[in-house]
Design a protein. Structure first.
Length: 197
């Protein structure tokens, strides 16, 4: 997925400034796609040049003028065409996992510090996502189609954070105590498959 399509999805929902979009990223698409404030502004300029978005300039007395963006008809067509395209299988690229793979070469304390920092970050993100989940759970079966779609992406974000936490905890145990995880992964996945039937 490209950042431009994520921006078009957000603008299709509701027009806004670059700042508005960066805030919306944190509350929705940010569960599974990250973009910095600067990246969003750069992409908005490209989208405006391609005429996939339009903007109105809002003058401000004490700050620079603000651009208020909305998706154009051409942008909506491009977004609909992109939604029809098949997606490629996404591969994981993680510098931390490469470091764990070569942990025998590393300073153990420095690597443990990195693991602890990542664990804290993933735990904080998981807590944030679980907090958002109550919005959807409180509605029970009364979720609209759009809300249900957003909830599914939030659940993916929750699983993603939980998976990292579990993996980092296992890695920490291996590095500090020399113990491998309790059950082999294949056994756990097989058990999960049987339980879901």
């Amino acid at each position: 997925m490209s950042l431009k399509h994520a921006i078009l999805v957000l603008l299709e929902k509701k027009p806004g400034s670059g700042y508005d979009l960066s805030q919306r990223f944190k509350r929705g698409i940010g569960y599974f796609w990250n973009a910095s404030h600067q990246q969003i502004y750069q992409e908005l300029k490209k989208l405006a040049d391609a005429r996939w978005v339009e903007f109105e300039l809002q003058t401000q007395s004490e700050r620079p003028d603000k651009k208020h963006y909305r998706i154009s008809a051409a942008g909506r067509s491009a977004l609909k065409a992109w939604l029809q395209e098949p997606t490629k299988h996404e591969r994981l690229n993680s510098a931390l996992l490469v470091k764990l793979y070569a942990a025998h070469l590393a300073d153990p304390q420095a690597l443990l510090l990195q693991l602890d920092e990542r664990l804290a970050a993933h735990r904080a993100k998981l807590e944030e996502y679980v907090g958002h989940e109550s919005f959807y759970l409180d509605r029970g079966d009364a979720l609209s189609q759009k809300q249900a779609q957003r909830y599914l992406t939030l659940r993916h974000g929750i699983r993603y954070e939980w998976n990292w936490i579990e993996m980092l905890e296992e890695s920490r145990t291996l590095l500090t105590q020399g113990r491998t995880p309790q059950r082999p992964m294949l056994e756990r996945l097989t058990r999960r498959k049987i339980e879901s039937k």
